[in-house]
Design a binder for this molecule. Structure first.
Ligand code: ZN
Length: 150
């Protein structure tokens, strides 16, 4: 997939996150730690989350390697989950997956905010996994965290 096949609006948001990824600094002593790999295109994602006493995301760090979609998704995810509870993260993650599976009409997804920039990726089936890696990785990390605290 070439980025210039995406709509301009989408491409600009994705390029911005690729060139200036947010929250790249590693968070030490994190509550949730998640690491994922997509061998198909060499994508890697590493996420650390520190929760505040109310169980909301106080700090998040992500480090990504691989293609631009993986990088941009990790950066956008890191912004989208700030301040959310675990339930809130799972809710936005479900919405994101539904968007990527083409289950939400465009007018019904303002809650996804900037993440909607990635909707264009669903026209490139081999890249959908690149946009889902960060989210599925974070869900696995949440599962580990909940198992350790139940
Ligand atoms: Zn990729």
């Amino acid at each position: 997939m070439e980025l210039d096949e995406l709509d301009d609006l989408y491409r600009d948001a994705i390029l911005d996150h690729c060139r200036h990824p947010r929250n790249q600094e590693r968070v030490e002593e994190a509550d949730i730690v998640a690491d994922g790999v997509n061998p198909f295109c060499g994508d890697e994602i590493h996420i650390q989350i520190k929760l505040d006493p109310e169980g909301r995301v106080a700090r998040i760090g992500f480090q990504g390697e691989g293609c631009s979609i993986n990088q941009a998704t990790g950066s956008m995810l890191s912004e989208a989950v700030k301040g959310r509870t675990i339930d809130g993260i799972e809710a936005i993650s479900e919405r994101f997956k539904a968007m990527m599976q083409d289950e939400i009409p465009q007018e019904d997804r303002p809650d996804l905010g900037e993440l909607q920039a990635l909707a264009g990726v669903r026209h490139f089936p081999v890249r959908i996994k690149c946009a889902l890696l960060a989210w599925s990785t974070l869900e696995d990390g949440i599962d580990d965290f909940q198992r350790a605290h139940s």
